[in-house]
Design a protein around this ligand. Sequence first.
Ligand code: HEM
Length: 226
Amino acid sequence: MIDQLLWVIFPYVCMAFFVFGHFYRYKHDQFSWTAKSSEFIEKKQLMIGSLLFHIGIIPVIFGHISGLGIPKEWMRALGVNDHLYHIGAVYIGGFFGIVTLAGMLLLTTRRLAKHNVRKLSATSDIIVNVLLLTIVFLGVYATLVTNHAVPDFDYRQSISVWFRGLLIFNPDASLMTDVPLTFKMHVLFGFLIFGLWPFTRLVHVWSVPLNYVGRSYILYRRHQRK
Ligand code: HEM
């Protein structure tokens, strides 16, 4: 029963919140659809932290798509044997994971320790930072430590198969029963952040606000006389 709750009901509830929450937010609260930048309070740490986080997370996303989405047999057919995959996942995944973690650590300490940034933060901003930090830490820990500590464990035969089952509405919760705790927590917190996503500043991802990099703090617009 608990396995069904954690590995079937909970992920679907989070996915439903993710999809319908975005529709709701877009329809009812479009004005607050923003990254809520705090760069006018503190710029240097934000720039370094944000750059590290974003440089790290993009390859990590591609790693998740290939590790979770592409079956082992297809990888082998493409010429990527298990050993090669493992080396890539640990070294490349580990490297970009650490870059993401460094960025997230900087962003979270900045948000909590800088008085004015903290005062400007809503509860949801703090939850997003702490949750992302926890997820990224657990992901890096699982990749670099758990994979070595439990060498017989292969997430591509358990987590990945379960994950693809979820996407085709045929999940098998029993595949997750013997997964090490660090991976389990990483996955559960991962789904949680997707469930909370539409109600936080993370919605800015869909607007790709690249103009933030070079924009002015304040925009002056000429008053158009009729
Ligand atoms: C929602 C479902 C998710 C699943 C099923 C999942 C699964 C995994 C797995 C299996 C690994 C280990 C990869 C390896 O050992 O080679 C991993 C690592 C990692 N995950 Fe996730 N993850 C999820 C969500 C997230 C989210 C939302 C984030 C970040 C915001 C994230 C960040 C990371 C990082 C930084 C690593 C370590 C670097 C890497 O191996 O790519 N994950 N994840």
